[in-house]
Design a protein around this ligand. Structure first.
Ligand code: PMP
Length: 369
């Protein structure tokens, strides 16, 4: 084989020297670093999925439904039932994880000569997808409590007029949710598309708003969701959005034909038919999240308010989070260093996983230390 180094390939200049997205995938006993759902898919659901897959296998000689019509209808039904307002299948689009939905959004509404704005720290893939799609990126600020200052956000949007504004709520990696007033003000000020990434919506505490409530008023608003977290289907790769039907029309201009395999569509539909069984773990995960918040606060650590299935905690001096991260890993517990000096992020998992994490952390960081 001819050997060639990456640097010697005719790579795009803007990709030179970049590193790929890379949450470590380490084989350790307690993995709490990618906000997965720790609970396996229940047997009754795997049985339904196996039946659904089996029914597809003979027909794999044919391409799948390019527009995933039945799946989108099921997703629209799920969202409508959950939020008590009707959403039509034409308002819903699905792809391989919400990452692909986000990529399609930037392919359609970003691109060369255009800019996307996000409020940092937020989901690290937003700027990476911007880069990959040739979209300029603008970092907006967050307050010390990781909230978004509405006036500052509106002023920045009015001044820079980005074609796309990302708001992540509940926000990864901080866990903090954005108020309806702030979402409303951002949507009113934005000259282009506003994408509210609600990957963790199902874990929010009662009363936490969803941008779905604003869809009727803002035709350029998009709400993205995923089956990777609450539905415990990260491995299946199913994400979706709700927006005006015209937004779905726009995405059909950039999506690859047959992007969502027949197997993926079948698994997702079987999962949605059993959404109660799959979502049964959400309350248990929220309980563990709240336990982590309480315990870490009692240990004298700083903890960000969380409406997600993870907790951002810190108060470590300087870059000491790197030492804590390594010490936890040495104890078999993998958490996430999200690159925020002094902070680490831990996913809420099973009670056993929480116990292991707390025990390891106590030995690394004795209370009051
Ligand atoms: N948005 C946010 C905020 C996330 O944290 C993630 C996954 N970590 C995603 C989107 C992408 O998830 P997926 O592609 O699995 O739907």
């Amino acid at each position: 084989m001819t050997d060639i180094a990456l640097a010697d390939l005719p790579l795009r200049d803007d990709l030179r020297g970049r590193t790929p997205y890379g949450a470590p995938q380490l084989n350790v006993p307690i993995r709490l670093n990618t906000n997965e759902n720790s609970y396996p898919v229940p047997d009754e659901v795997t049985a339904a999925m196996a039946d659904a897959l089996g029914a597809q296998l003979r027909d794999l000689n044919r391409y799948p439904d390019r527009d995933a019509v039945a799946l989108r209808a099921d997703l629209a039904r799920y969202l409508s039932a959950r939020h008590g307002r009707h959403l039509a299948a034409a308002q819903v689009w699905a792809a391989n994880g919400s990452n692909e939905v986000l990529q399609q959004l930037l392919q359609a509404f970003g691109g060369a000569g255009r800019t996307a704005l996000g409020f940092t720290p937020a989901y690290s893939m937003h700027p990476l997808i911007a880069l990959a799609t040739g979209t300029g990126w603008l970092d907006g600020p967050r307050a010390a409590d990781f909230g978004i200052d509405t006036d500052a956000a509106v002023a920045l949007i009015e001044q820079r007029r980005p074609e796309v504004v990302f708001v992540c709520s509940p926000n990864n990696p901080t866990g903090t949710a954005v108020s309806l007033e702030t979402l409303d003000a951002i949507a009113a000020a934005a000259p282009g598309m506003v994408v509210v990434d609600e990957a963790y919506a199902e874990f929010a505490r009662p009363g936490t708003p969803t941008a779905l409530e604003l869809l009727d008023r803002y035709p350029r608003l998009v709400v993205t969701r995923t089956m990777s977290k609450a539905f415990a289907l990260a491995g299946a790769r199913v994400g979706y959005l709700a927006a005006a039907p015209a937004v779905v029309d726009a995405l059909q201009l950039v999506r690859l034909p047959y992007h969502l395999s027949a197997l993926t569509q079948a698994v997702a539909r079987a999962a949605l038919a059993h959404s109660d069984a799959l979502l049964a773990t959400v309350d248990a995960l929220k309980t563990e999240r709240d336990r982590i918040v309480t315990e870490l606060t009692a240990m004298g650590l700083r903890v960000a308010a969380s409406d997600a299935n993870f907790v951002l905690f810190g108060g470590f001096a300087g870059n000491d989070q790197k030492r804590v991260w390594q010490a936890l890993l040495d104890d078999g517990v993998l958490v996430r260093d999200v690159g925020l000096p002094g902070w680490l992020r831990v996913s809420a998992g099973t009670p056993v996983e929480t116990d292991a994490f707390l025990t390891a952390l106590r030995s690394v960081h004795p209370a009051g230390a």
